[in-house]
Design a protein around this ligand. Structure first.
Ligand code: CU
Length: 149
């Protein structure tokens, strides 16, 4: 009987650790109206890795109304967006090897989702970061603050 109680306690501890890890797992939606559903994504600076799942809730194809998720310094948003447009669809609208980009997902269309998992090694707690969609013409509207603190 005692063993069972211990096992239950261990299980509960395991679950609470799981809850901590889930703070590093975020989600985000994008639609056919060229909008994200939030202006802020936050992850605690204790996260060694962050996972963000982007779901496209619309129906339009990726070539017409594709969305992706790119994390960069706020100061670099326009440059990353402009270079991304030149990089084209085949590069998911991100310049190959762009060192200003901390993480970038592929472009998805309506009904699809993608999970972007990245190391926070290069991020600084309290840094000024932005998440954006680098699909041509989208980043000016489709962006928000990525808080890491
Ligand atoms: Cu977009």
């Amino acid at each position: 009987m005692t063993n069972r109680i211990l096992a239950a306690a261990a299980l509960m501890l395991g679950l609470s650790f799981g809850a901590n890890a889930s703070e590093c797992e975020l989600s985000l939606e994008a639609n056919d109206m060229m909008q994200f559903n939030t202006k802020v994504l936050s992850a605690p600076a204790s996260c060694k890795e962050v996972s963000i799942t982007l779901t496209h809730t619309g129906t339009l194809p990726a070539q017409a109304m594709g969305h992706n998720l790119v994390i960069t310094d706020t100061a670099n948003v326009a440059a990353v967006g402009t270079d991304g447009m030149a990089a084209g669809f085949d590069n998911n609208y991100v310049k190959p090897g762009d060192e200003r980009v901390y993480a970038a997902s592929k472009v998805i269309g309506g009904g699809e989702s993608v999970t972007l998992t990245f190391s926070t090694e290069k991020l600084t707690a309290g840094g000024d970061y932005t998440f954006l969609c680098s699909f041509p013409g989208h980043w000016a509207i489709m962006q928000g603050k990525f808080e890491f603190k």
